[in-house]
Design a binder for this molecule. Structure first.
Ligand code: NAD
Length: 519
């Protein structure tokens, strides 16, 4: 499709965009050492609007050196939790006070609808607030062996954390890693997604204003295979927290293996939304529409496979398709927009290829291409395929766009088998009014997170993460604190020293039968 000038004229370009996007290393904005840059596009016109510094190994080395210095010599890891917590609360206050500007920039750079970008900006503030609170409430275990020993956990920050993030909700996902990594006293190097570097460049100013010491936060922009790869392979970065595609996660897993790094992997998904005949159908339809079309369908936990009990299947498909057709596609900056523009022409081409494939694998009942009024940029109409067979590629593969596959089932057993029938295991959504069925299904489904009669509403205290190809490890609540800290065990003798004596000439050593695990 060719772009149409009048429509493009109605797009919104924020005032005061930065002239270029740089790295932020050791408290200063800097270009790449080799001066290299890459193009950044905005997704309504696909025009290049800014150049960003393209970081390479030398830039990562510089950033890691600064973060290492801040860790070994700076105040941050040694500050009281309350002092770090105050800085984190100030960060949250600043993010909240700038939520409209953050949303404006994020929406412009990523194509996310402005109302949803605003929600993500507020969530970013909440992530900082949550970990600020958690770190002062943190308690560690002490174990007493009466009369003999006291053993306690000495929790410590680990060092330089490498944070690698995707483009789908850039600022919020960065906060999800920055919050706990900083709260626990680590220093960081962030490598944000190359499609969407704009909002990440705001962290530096926010952190400076909040009083984060110099060198604690470092940011290197660049391509995954350059800057990301160098961060993963840097010997002085003991931790990598990665969110992105499962295939990238596999590559990083291999690249980090020689260094035995701590890894947290939040990866792709193809999550089922299962609708039983006894469900509240109005609520289930609203939720399953929102579940796959919010955030432009670029959502790791999207319910992108809807499994529907046969007795309500026809009615469900007909009502679902009708509602999907009413979902409002529009300019990202328009507050009425429900689905904006996909992030980048490469991603648009990928999603469109699945839309075309779907026409051969299922029955198209809504969408199927660009909307009539938005036949330019990266817009795609909410697209619904019914009667999709479980071996279809659009049933099995993550599309990461506004595209959903609907499949019927006849029994609870079949629903469960279908739900588990992909390599992924991130989220699952179940709609039924039968309490026993809901819980039994939740406990059997292969998913890291399950919502029963609910949309994707998160509680930050709960574990977040996937099973199978959807991830490794869980963050969320104290699990994030665990990932970003070492838990050293300290053992203290209280009574007589408990010591088998080796090397005495005049008697042989007896094995202590009271100590079952003499490691
Ligand atoms: P991606 O894997 O292409 O890129 C993610 C990040 O990794 C980017 O910053 C990229 O530059 C970097 N990267 C790429 N190759 C690298 C390498 N060899 N070494 C180091 N870093 C490298 O993912 P994406 O397309 O940006 O994001 C979409 C994916 O993210 C989807 O699969 C989605 O499901 C997933 N995701 C998962 C979650 C979750 O919490 N489970 C949340 C959001 C997105």
């Amino acid at each position: 499709m060719t772009d149409t000038a009048p429509a493009l004229d109605r797009r919104h370009v924020p005032a005061d965009l930065p002239p270029r996007i740089q790295h932020y290393i050791d408290g200063a904005f800097v270009d790449s050492l080799d001066g290299d840059t890459f193009d950044v596009l905005e997704p309504v016109s696909n025009e290049v609007y800014v150049q960003a510094a393209a970081g390479k190994k030398a830039d990562i080395d510089r950033a890691v050196a600064a973060a290492t210095r801040a860790f070994t010599e700076g105040p941050w890891p040694r500050m009281l939790p309350r002092e770090r917590s105050r800085v984190l609360h100030r960060i949250a206050d600043i993010v909240e006070s700038r939520d409209a500007r953050l949303a404006e920039l994020e929406s412009f750079d990523s194509g996310l609808p402005i109302t949803q970008a605003l929600g993500q900006a507020r969530r970013a503030a909440e992530n900082f607030r949550f970990f600020a609170d958690l770190i002062v409430a943190q308690a560690d275990d002490t174990f007493k062996v009466p009369g003999r020993q006291i053993n306690y956990v000495n929790r410590k920050p680990i060092g330089v954390a490498g944070l690698i993030t995707p483009w789908n909700t850039p600022f919020m996902l960065e906060s999800w890693k920055l919050g706990p990594a900083l709260a626990t006293g680590n220093t960081v190097v962030l490598k944000p997604a190359e499609f969407t570097p704009l909002s990440a460049s705001l962290w530096a100013g926010i952190f400076e204003e909040a009083g984060l010491p110099q060198g604690v936060f470092n940011l290197v922009n660049g391509l995954g295979e350059d800057a990301g790869d160098a961060l993963v392979k840097h010997p002085d970065v003991p931790l990598i927290s990665f969110t992105g595609e499962s295939s990238t996660g596999q590559l990083i897993f291999g690249n980090a293996a020689p260094f035995l790094k701590g890894l947290s992997m939040e990866l792709g998904g193809k999550s089922p939304a299962v609708v039983f005949a006894d469900a509240d159908l109005d609520a289930a339809i609203d939720a399953t529409i929102f579940g796959v079309f919010s955030l432009n369908g670029e959502r790791c936990t999207a319910g992108s496979r809807i499994l529907v009990e046969r007795s309500i299947y026809d009615e469900f498909v007909q009502r679902y398709a009708a509602q999907a057709q009413r979902v409002k596609v529009g300019y990202p900056h328009d507050p009425d927009t429900e689905v904006g523009a996909l992030v980048h022409p490469e991603h648009y081409a990928k999603v469109m290829s699945y839309v075309e494939l779907g026409k051969t694998e299922g029955r198209l009942v809504a969408g199927g291409g660009q909307p009539k009024d938005f036949a330019f940029g990266n817009f795609i109409a909410p697209t619904v395929f019914a009667d999709v067979s479980p071996d279809a590629r659009i049933f099995q593969e993550e599309i990461f766009g506004p595209v959903v596959a609907i499949t019927p089932f006849d029994s609870d057993e079949e629903a469960l088998a279908l739900a588990n029938n992909t390599k992924y295991g991130l989220a699952a959504y179940v709609w039924t009014n039968d309490l026993k069925r809901a819980h039994n299904f939740a406990q059997s489904v292969e998913a890291g997170m399950v919502w029963l009669n609910s949309n994707n509403v998160r509680d930050l205290r709960t574990p977040f993460g996937g099973v199978k190809a959807s991830g490794l490890g869980h963050e969320g609540g104290y699990r994030s604190i665990d990932f970003y800290t070492d838990q050293q065990a300290v053992h203290i003798t209280l009574g007589a020293v408990h010591n088998p004596t080796f090397g005495k000439q005049d008697h042989f050593t007896e094995v202590d039968l009271d100590d079952p695990d003499p490691r």
